[in-house]
Design a protein around this ligand. Structure first.
Ligand code: ZN
Ligand code: MN
Length: 496
């Protein structure tokens, strides 16, 4: 019997609004002294009245539209009743009956194919406070209490850890493009909870026969999302083979992820579909959106990653790989386009027509040299001393054959250290490439005269020595000689 993994994902994202979801407290609490961002509403004091944060709802609709969702034009809040020390009201304000957005999808790239993952809904809610467990006591910090959350729920459309990782990565990229959250899993502004079970077949009524469902919490990174799912598939397979246990009303479990042991562990068991006694929240009026409002939000959306990638391939002639890297973040994509804009202007002034070559050069500088530099020095694009115009300038100098590829790399290294323009560096260090045949011939002759035995060997048929002579000439000219000219001149001299 084949066990088919069925995986869904719930992702909580903290929306970076100024104030919290239902009160005026600052939502920018990270690193603050405990309990300094609080008021009667987010402390859950009796009689305090919540007021919904319009900006948070607007941001949730932005995410929903980017996820191809329908907006519930009449949406409202509900109370999810449960007791926990970090939830002093005894209920969380969330959405159950009418989530703000429903029925969406996004595509992930699995190998060479695009796979559609359906989004069941995304609902607006509030974050809980934070419990801090000490040796003999538990402290509660209410700074996080009431911070706006959007919970994005998929249909169980994924079948392995890789797909779950791809999906979560795509959601993070999309939300960062929208600028509505920093999606930092380490700081808890993005939390991923996969649900996993294995399908055995379908019963007479058409219901799925599956292994007991497990939900995994406390996953600290996107990579760990994939690993946790893979581990859980293995564990459930082994468990089923041993016990044959199937899902029922009461055997859903919640498991945690142990990043050190790289395995999931049992947190809570024997949970049925918990009865949260959802009731509409009476303290907040229902919401009603107009078409105009939704269309205004739609028009305000930035170009999204997939569309941007497609445009980069068409407009700049990039391949799939380069376009994927360049559009991975909005900052990088903007940086690339600024460099392209600069290169177009410079090319126009100089009458250079082959822009495709220049775009390719700009791409290569960003995707190789800059990427490597950023990785080793841990600098963001904003903090780079090299600016888009510098990359444009280097690309132009190369196309004009003013500098060689090797010199260009050295020039860029210096731009990255000093912030000086490539033109200035080339001028100051007299790095302009020498293409004058006469000038090069003098150096070539000198090199040949200094290496008579190698010349003899070459003439006896050891033609591989040409590279040695070229190397010597480049060394002599500090890399400034045009390698093509050097090659031609050497061949001519060695023939004679
Ligand atoms: Zn408050
Ligand atoms: Mn939730």
């Amino acid at each position: 019997m084949t066990l088919q993994p069925i995986i869904g994902l719930e992702i909580h994202v903290q929306l970076k609004t100024k104030s919290k979801m239902f009160c005026g407290c600052s939502a920018n609490y990270f690193g603050s002294e405990p309990n300094t961002h609080t008021c009667p509403v987010c402390l859950g004091l009796p009689g305090a009245l919540p007021v919904a944060n319009e900006e948070a709802i607007r941001r949730s609709i932005m995410v929903g539209l980017a996820l191809n969702c329908d907006v519930n034009m009449n949406s409202h809040f509900d109370r999810k009743n449960y007791y926990y020390p970090d939830l002093p009201k005894g209920y969380q304000i969330t959405q159950f009956y009418k989530p703000v957005v429903i029925n969406g999808w996004i595509e992930i790239e699995v190998g060479d194919d695009m796979k559609r993952i359906r989004i069941r809904e995304a609902h607006q809610e509030e974050d809980a406070a934070k419990s801090i467990h000490k040796a003999n006591s538990t402290l509660v910090d209410f700074n996080k209490s009431g911070v706006p959350l959007l919970e994005i729920v998929t249909e169980p459309d994924m079948t392995n850890g890789h797909e779950a990782w791809l999906y979560a990565t795509k959601i993070r990229q999309l939300i960062r493009y929208l600028g509505v959250s920093d999606c930092d899993m380490e700081k808890g502004s993005m939390r991923c909870e996969p649900t996993i079970s294995l399908k055995l077949g379908v019963d007479k009524e058409g219901g799925l026969i599956t292994t007991p469902l497990a939900e995994i919490k406390n996953i600290g990174s996107l990579k760990a999302v994939g690993k946790a799912v893979e581990f859980e598939i293995m564990r459930q397979t082994a468990e089923y083979e041993k016990t044959g246990e199937l899902a029922n009303e009461v055997n859903k479990t919640t498991r945690g992820w142990d990043a050190i042991k790289q395995e999931t562990f049992l947190q809570r068991e024997k949970e049925g579909a918990a009865d949260y006694r959802y009731i509409p929240e009476q303290d907040i009026p229902p919401m009603e959106f107009t078409e105009e409002y939704i269309e205004e939000i739609r028009a305000s959306l930035p170009e999204l990653p997939d569309a941007k990638k497609k445009r980069f391939m068409e407009e700049y002639g990039l391949n799939d790989y380069d376009a994927t890297i360049l559009t991975s973040t909005r900052v990088k994509a903007d940086w690339f386009e600024e460099a392209c804009k600069a290169v177009v202007e410079m090319a126009k002034e100089l009458g250079i027509e082959d822009l495709t070559k220049l775009y390719k050069d700009v791409t290569n500088w960003i995707n190789t040299e800059l990427k490597a530099y950023q990785k080793t020095h841990k600098v963001s694009f904003a903090d780079l001393l090299a600016k888009p115009e510098h990359i444009a300038e280097i690309s132009i100098l190369l196309v004009e054959k003013k500098i060689s590829g090797k010199i260009a790399k050295n020039v860029l290294a210096e731009v990255l250290e000093t912030g000086k323009s490539p033109k200035t560096i080339v001028k100051e260090k007299e790095l302009v490439q020498v293409s004058d045949e006469g000038e090069i011939q003098v150096v070539c002759q000198k090199v040949l005269d200094a290496n008579p035995s190698q010349v003899g060997q070459y003439k006896k048929g050891k033609e591989g020595l040409l590279g040695f002579f070229v190397g010597q000439v480049m060394k002599e000219t500090k890399g400034k000689a045009n390698p093509k000219v050097v090659n031609d001149v050497l061949l001519k001299l060695l023939k004679g």
